[in-house]
Design a protein around this ligand. Structure first.
Ligand code: BTN
Length: 279
């Protein structure tokens, strides 16, 4: 693919923090290195997910990785924007459902959540929790969002590829976030204490998603996902459009739905669709 903005190494103010393919590869396990054959690094894109979807429609292979230093139109779930200033980790992976050992496209987001949680812990020693369905939180604030999007094949209505986008706030300080998310967003390493964090974290995530780091059994994925969920047994606010209600987060079922109990005792099974949770 030719893209005017493609770079092999992105210059950055902080030495050792530039996205650099050979460095990322040096941290990859043999199986992840084999799978992540194509890695595309950009200084600025509108959205790595958008670009990945365009490539996926043209047949880009399982394991294709896109990374950008910044995004000008980063996208989140429910059509929201994802603030993507320079220096964060903005990455999209193209996956072929037939190559996913768990063969369930609805498990891609939980699988990615586990992978990113474990990768953050490996590289930083910090332990984020997952807020159902796609946010990672540290100290109660969001450090990462995940956006999985299906791409239909050229001649069919079935899902041909899945693009999974991962955005991690690495070094942004509170004043770097837009005012409207300043109270709810945080970074993995705001004081820049971890050298080479970005390339190491990218590799640690890829090792789990493309290598053999995370169990591929659907039951194990849901069980591990549940262990990372930080809201079970706690009160939550369920938001659907303009409506919201209080409930207790009880459990996760075998479809990955969140089971909540309303104040009147009614039990509901929530699928991620249009729903958002406040903790
Ligand atoms: C969310 O918080 O709702 C999901 C955010 C996902 C952000 C990532 S950053 C890389 C990829 N490109 C995008 O435009 N979005 C995802």
């Amino acid at each position: 693919m030719n893209h005017p903005d493609i770079r092999n190494r992105i210059p950055e103010a902080h030495p050792g923090e530039a996205l650099f393919e050979p460095e990322i590869r040096s941290f990859l396990s043999p199986s992840a290195r084999f799978c992540a054959e194509r890695m595309l690094i950009f200084s600025t894109v509108e959205s790595t997910n958008q670009l990945a979807k365009e490539l996926a429609r043209k047949g880009a292979e399982h394991g294709t990785v896109l990374l950008a230093d910044r995004q000008t139109a980063g996208r989140g779930r429910l059509s929201r924007r994802f603030s993507s200033p320079p220096g964060g980790l903005y990455m999209s992976l193209i996956l072929e459902p037939a190559r996913l050992p768990f063969l369930r496209t609805d498990l891609v987001t939980p699988f990615t959540g586990i992978a990113v949680c474990e990768a953050v812990t490996e590289v930083t020693g910090k332990k984020p929790g997952i807020k159902w369905v796609n946010d990672l939180l540290l100290g109660g604030k969001k450090i990462c969002g995940i956006l999985a999007e299906a791409v239909a094949g050229p001649e069919s209505n079935c899902v041909d590829r899945i693009v999974v986008g991962i955005g991690v706030n690495l070094h942004a300080r509170p004043e770097d976030f837009p005012p409207e998310i300043r109270d709810i967003a945080a970074s993995v390493d705001p004081d820049r204490e971890i050298p080479g964090l970005r390339n190491r974290l990218a590799a640690a995530i890829l090792n789990r998603m493309l290598g053999s780091g995370v169990s591929m059994d659907p039951k194990d994925i849901l069980e591990q996902y549940k262990q990372h969920l930080m809201m079970l047994g706690k009160p939550v606010t369920v938001v659907q459009g303009e409506e919201s209600f209080q409930a207790m987060a009880m459990d996760l079922d075998s479809d990955g739905h969140l089971i909540v109990k309303k104040k009147d005792g009614e039990i509901l099974s929530l699928s991620s669709g249009e729903i958002r949770i406040r903790v």
